[in-house]
Design a protein around this ligand. Structure first.
Ligand code: NAD
Ligand code: UDP
Length: 312
């Protein structure tokens, strides 16, 4: 049975991925330093005989036997990745090196969870994989954006120099159950605010756009990519091309939760991308993947999840 390492496996996306791989019968090792992840996310997996957890930082080298590695370890919410920007950069860069070395030691295949942030504040719309992006190298988002770009570079250089089998996915805004209530990203913020009667906080005028993918769709795409033709290494966009303004999202969440909260406007953080929407033609052609869950359907599941969360 394949032994699969998931770094960042106790986080939002990582915990969904671990659950899917455990249920598919693989031997799964979750490596996490629990910075933004939590035991609650993987509580149901801990008892399973084919699931193990290692509390460790990806910036430290590791040695054990694995067949496949999904490298997700990295805080993803601007609030959390900006909390200690130097640690964020180290996580992306040293984490990539350590996991690529581990892949080399084992002859393992390795998938990198990259991001739409490599396109920065994009001047090309929708974003295609061939676009090199518009990234500020010295701003408050740079620790994340440039860290992820450097990780992609490392993946390609290890592939070219050491023939390591790599896969790179660029994930666009993903949401769903298991997001932390204090995660800070827009979907969880709006839902938590609407359910607890607080004002929904729109940053800027709310006309900036994002495209939201439900986590189950994303996980299906990640696994298809890992198991795709060895010649197809990416990078490939994974996201839902439906595009919404933040004002539309706030109004949708408010209506769906029947909340009496007000919508208020706060200053827009520096370098906040104005628009974002994936072109997913490549994923469709190479993986036969398209997202199936609409924003309305995904929000319904996510609102249900947060409604049942204790202490909200
Ligand atoms: P998350 O913050 O919920 O999960 C990240 C996980 O990595 C957490 O469990 C955290 O504790 C762990 N981690 C952080 N630094 C670590 C370190 N140094 N060593 C070991 N573990 C560490 O975020 P997420 O949304 O689940 O994102 C997972 C991955 O997907 C990240 O790499 C992120 O950049 C990427 N991604 C996510 C999105 C999204 O919309 N959710 C979009 C683009 C890319
Ligand atoms: N945003 C917002 N209110 C919030 C949190 C975020 O209006 O409470 C905005 C944010 O400024 C950005 C968009 O929503 O324009 C998406 O933010 P998020 O942090 O979820 O992801 P990212 O900016 O990394 O795409």
């Amino acid at each position: 049975m394949k032994k699969i390492l998931v770094t960042g496996g106790a986080g939002f996306i990582g915990s969904h991925l671990c659950r899917r791989l455990v249920n598919d019968g693989y031997e799964v090792i979750c490596l996490d330093n629990f910075f933004t992840g939590s035991k609650r996310n993987i509580q149901d997996l801990i008892e399973k005989p084919n699931f193990d957890v290692i509390r460790q930082d990806v910036t430290q080298p590791v040695k054990f036997n694995v067949d496949e590695i999904y490298n997700l370890a990295c805080p993803a919410s601007p609030v959390h990745y900006q909390y200690d920007p130097i640690a964020t950069m180290k996580t992306s860069v040293l984490g990539a090196i350590n996991m690529l070395e581990l892949a080399q030691d084992n002859g393992a295949k390795i998938l990198q969870a990259s991001t739409s942030e490599v396109y920065g504040d994009p001047l090309v719309h929708p974003q295609l994989e061939t676009y090199w992006g518009n990234v500020n190298p010295i701003g408050i988002r740079s620790c994340y954006d440039e860290g992820k770009r450097a990780a992609e570079t490392l993946f390609f250089d290890y592939h070219r120099k050491c023939a390591i089998p790599i896969k790179i996915i660029r994930i666009f805004n993903t949401y769903g159950t298991a997001m932390h209530p204090n995660d800070g990203r827009v979907v969880s913020n709006f839902i938590v605010q609407a359910l607890s009667g607080q004002d929904l906080t729109i940053y800027g005028d709310g006309q900036q756009t994002r495209s939201f993918c439900y986590v189950d769709d994303l996980v299906a795409g990640m696994i298809l990519m890992m198991n795709s033709d060895p010649d197809f290494i990416g990078p490939v966009n994974l996201g839902n091309p439906g595009e919404f303004t933040m004002l539309e999202l706030a109004e949708m969440v408010k209506a769906m939760t029947q909340s009496r909260s007000s919508i208020i406007f706060k200053p827009l953080p520096a370098d906040d991308p104005k628009q974002r929407k994936p072109d997913i033609t490549l994923a469709q052609q190479k993986l036969g993947w398209i997202p199936r869950i609409s924003l309305k359907e995904g929000l319904t599941k996510t609102i249900q999840y947060f409604s049942n969360l204790e202490g909200l």
